[in-house]
Design a protein around this ligand. Structure first.
Ligand code: AGP
Length: 613
């Protein structure tokens, strides 16, 4: 989605703004622009494509200033072109605006403004805001923005500067993320933390319908109605290096290798004397005792973590649990009561469909919690009954990896916690479950040492056009996730399927041109009733010239006779197996995509956070 950066201080604004845009590139964009004020000049430079093009424009036609705003655009209204790139101006180039979100009533507003003589230059919804502010701008820029925003329906995170009052940036947000960075005599706005982390760790997360006025003297935050609000900045622990690639070729590979730590961090402080402590939850023992149904809603990879979570929750709490893709859930009028627990899962906490799902749950009286990776994100502020934060740190790669395994870890902790609170599992079982969890970070580390073998095999599979991923039981959602990883970064068509469904259609696809990735793990303690079944599926595929890539458990001697290639993972319990079985599939997808020369961190057509429907 779009990226916003703003700066006011005493330094050269343009270099800080461009640096900030670079740190937001992962959000996906198709054009970029920057505006700065120096003296009585308000200058604007924009370009289509990558930020390097914008830098070229600025090199050929420099702009100076100690106050400015900048933007990377992901087109929602109007095709990617320079005229549609932000910042957008009013009629007389007296003010400029950058915006992330969608103005739903922009067509009517534009018609009204044109009838009043405003001249539009773009097809965007955003430009309407610039002319609306112009319509109200007499002396006070803040007031003009406030009035303009009362006319707007939809979502916005925006920054405005004007020659009328060139000593301030006005910022506001509704349903689209925006933060304020508190520096020393310099202040920032941004869509996300990485943009300003090199300059300050003190960050204020604006809430919906809040405005901020940034001057060199400080920041004032008010409601849209003008009521002053005191907010305490959040100290961001993230080290700026975390947002760099740390020596890896891509953020995605760095994040795959960060998983032992991100899983450990997600566990950290949440196991006390062999009991799970989830301080951010606001569910009383009575609330938990009353829960008679759980819904999990999410999108994409987060949804697949929810499908795994369903096994954990039903297995450890015995509460009926359903999972729903958020974009379906929000429109199907689901049956929820005050005894329903709705769990929303989202890495970014800004996914529009997931936010709408949680809204649906609240409207129907459900208890709502979220599993989220971004402190202060919109989803966390909608979660009345609390949050279980995944502590994966910044996830820059568009393809989610460490956030996914952190979500599985958080779901496991939540399932143990709820099962214990409901009295379904006793102290002994709880200790056993947590002892197994504590081993997982090291087990992930062990799998990652196998990377070279996976890389070699990936080299042989880089030219195939179709893949089939098979799994059974708790590994079926891992087959879905493995297929998503491959298709979203290598652009190879890949489909995840329940292995038991092969005879109902997919087996017709099998031939030497359709590699089959089969997750055929054995679980500790329970020999896994589905293991023998998936061995049969593998034989069926082999008999039709299928090439088999298997993910199997260490020490399994049967699988080597059936699969062409094997990745081994340590044995663990059923509920923890997915955290391990997904790792080889992440690496397989990464290396195939890398061999194909794909833009692994910013795959075509994709954005890290889908903040619009
Ligand atoms: C996963 O690799 C994709 N980037 C995508 O499916 C993502 O998981 C989905 O858009 C949900 O994002 P969220 O977790 O931020 O809500």
């Amino acid at each position: 989605m779009c990226g916003i950066v703003g700066y006011i201080g005493t330094k050269d604004a343009v270099s800080i703004l461009i640096d900030g845009l670079r740190k937001l590139e992962y959000r996906g964009y198709d054009s970029a622009g920057v505006a700065a004020i120096t003296g009585s000049n308000l200058e604007l430079r924009r370009s289509v494509g990558k930020i390097i093009n914008l830098e070229e424009v600025i090199r050929n036609n420099p702009i100076q200033g100690n106050i400015g705003i900048a933007h990377t655009r992901w087109a929602t209204h109007g095709r990617p072109c320079e005229e549609n790139a932000h910042p957008h101006c009013d009629c007389h180039n007296q003010l400029v605006i950058v915006h992330n979100g969608i103005i739903e009533n922009y067509a009517q507003l534009k018609e009204d403004l044109i009838s009043k003589g405003h001249q539009f230059r773009s097809q965007t919804d955003t430009e309407v805001i610039a002319h609306l502010i112009e319509e109200y701008l007499k002396e006070d820029l803040e007031e003009a923005v406030r009035k303009a925003l009362t006319k707007i329906e939809g979502a916005y995170a925006l920054g405005v500067i004007s020659l009328k009052q060139s000593d301030r940036i006005i910022a506001a947000r509704l349903a689209s993320p925006l933060i304020v960075g508190m520096g020393d005599g310099e202040f920032f706005i941004a869509s996300d933390v990485p943009a300003i982390l090199s300059y300050t760790r003190q960050v204020i997360f604006l809430e919906d319908k809040e405005m901020a006025v940034l001057t060199r003297e400080g920041v004032e935050i008010t409601t849209l109605k003008g009521t002053s609000i005191q907010k305490t900045p959040t100290y961001i622990e993230w080290d700026p290096i975390m947002a760099e690639k740390g020596g890896y070729r891509h953020f995605m590979l760095k994040e795959i290798h960060e998983q032992p730590r991100s899983i450990e961090d997600t566990i950290r402080g949440r196991i006390v004397e062999n009991e799970v402590c989830l301080d951010e939850l606001n569910l009383s023992k009575e609330d938990i005792a009353n829960i008679d149904k759980i819904f999990i809603v999410a999108c994409g990879t987060a949804y697949y973590s929810g499908v795994v979570g369903r096994f954990m929750l039903e297995g450890l709490t015995r509460i009926p649990t359903e999972t729903d893709i958020a974009s379906e859930f929000r429109y199907r009028n689901p049956i929820l009561t005050d005894k329903t627990l709705l769990i929303a899962i989202s890495q970014s906490g800004e996914t529009a469909d997931t936010l709408a799902g949680i809204k649906e749950g609240k409207e129907k009286g459900a208890k709502v919690i979220s599993i989220c990776n971004v402190i202060g994100s919109s989803l966390t502020r909608e979660s009345n009954e609390g949050i279980v934060y995944t502590r994966a740190g910044i996830e820059i790669g568009v393809a989610s990896t460490k956030a996914f395994t952190s979500q599985l870890t958080a779901l496991y902790l939540l399932a143990v916690y709820l099962g214990r609170q409901k009295g379904v599992i006793d102290e002994h079982k709880t200790k056993e479950l947590l002892d197994q969890l504590r081993l997982i970070p090291r087990e992930v580390e062990n799998i990652l040492t196998d990377e070279e073998k996976i890389k070699e095999i990936s080299h042989q599979f880089q030219h195939y056009h179709n893949f089939l991923y098979l799994g059974r039981g708790i590994n079926f959602p891992i087959a879905l996730e493995g297929a998503l990883k491959l298709k979203e970064i290598s652009y190879i068509h890949a489909e995840g399927y329940p292995a038991g469904e092969m005879k109902h259609g997919p087996i017709a696809l099998i031939d030497e041109d359709m590699p089959v990735v089969a997750i055929a793990t054995q679980c500790m303690a329970t020999q896994g009733t589905v293991y023998d079944k998936i061995l049969s599926n593998i034989e069926e595929a082999k008999a039709r010239d299928g090439i088999i890539i298997a993910v199997a458990s260490s020490g399994d001697t049967q699988i080597t006779k059936k699969a062409d290639y094997c990745f081994y993972i340590p044995k663990t319990t059923e509920f923890l197996t997915p955290i391990l079985s997904v790792i080889p599939l992440q690496l397989l997808a990464y290396h195939i995509a890398n061999y194909r020369g794909c833009d692994v961190d910013q795959p075509r057509n994709l954005a890290k956070s889908v903040t619009v429907e």
